[in-house]
Design a binder for this molecule. Structure first.
Ligand SMILES: [Zn+2]
Length: 153
């Protein structure tokens, strides 16, 4: 049976040190209309962050993508809620989330699977800094922004 719910239900494979790993699906990178875009460098960085957090905690840690690619319309909607950075808000006008950058940005949180508790924002931010070009981890809702602005230029 095929249903609309299967949209983008596609495992993404990447190579880590010669070994294929697949912990993310295309659907996790959808915007609200189902548009999904993810740069391979971003996927690889996410798999490495996941691996390092699993090693650090010595148990399964999930990476939850809270936001990925955005269209102009997505961006306008978000800015209406959170404001533009040049007006004291949280949304950058040239956000790396925009489609024009090719899927290089993700917002994420990490959750320890067994206890369902979030890994601290600063811990996740530090691990992200090992692999991503740019990381911001001081958002009040606890998410971490990470992007590949240098690698994927
Ligand atoms: Zn972000």
């Amino acid at each position: 049976m095929t249903t609309i719910q299967q949209r983008n239900d596609i495992p993404l494979l990447t190579m880590l040190e010669g070994e294929g790993v697949s912990h993310f699906k295309l659907r996790e990178f959808e915007n609200r209309d189902g548009l999904a875009m993810i740069h391979p460098a971003t996927l690889t960085a996410l798999e490495m962050v996941r691996r390092d957090l699993n090693t650090r905690y010595d148990e399964t840690v999930w990476i939850l993508i809270t936001d990925a690619v955005r269209t102009r319309a997505d961006q306008e909607r978000l800015a209406a809620r959170l404001g533009w950075t040049d007006e004291g808000g949280l949304v950058a006008r040239r956000s790396r989330h925009l489609t024009t950058f090719g899927g290089i940005a993700v917002d994420l949180v990490a959750v320890v699977a067994r206890t369902r508790t979030r890994a601290p924002q600063a811990v996740v931010g530090d691990v992200c800094r090992r692999y991503f070009d740019f990381v911001k981890d001081d958002y009040r809702d606890g998410h971490v922004h990470a992007d590949m602005r240098v690698h994927a230029r």
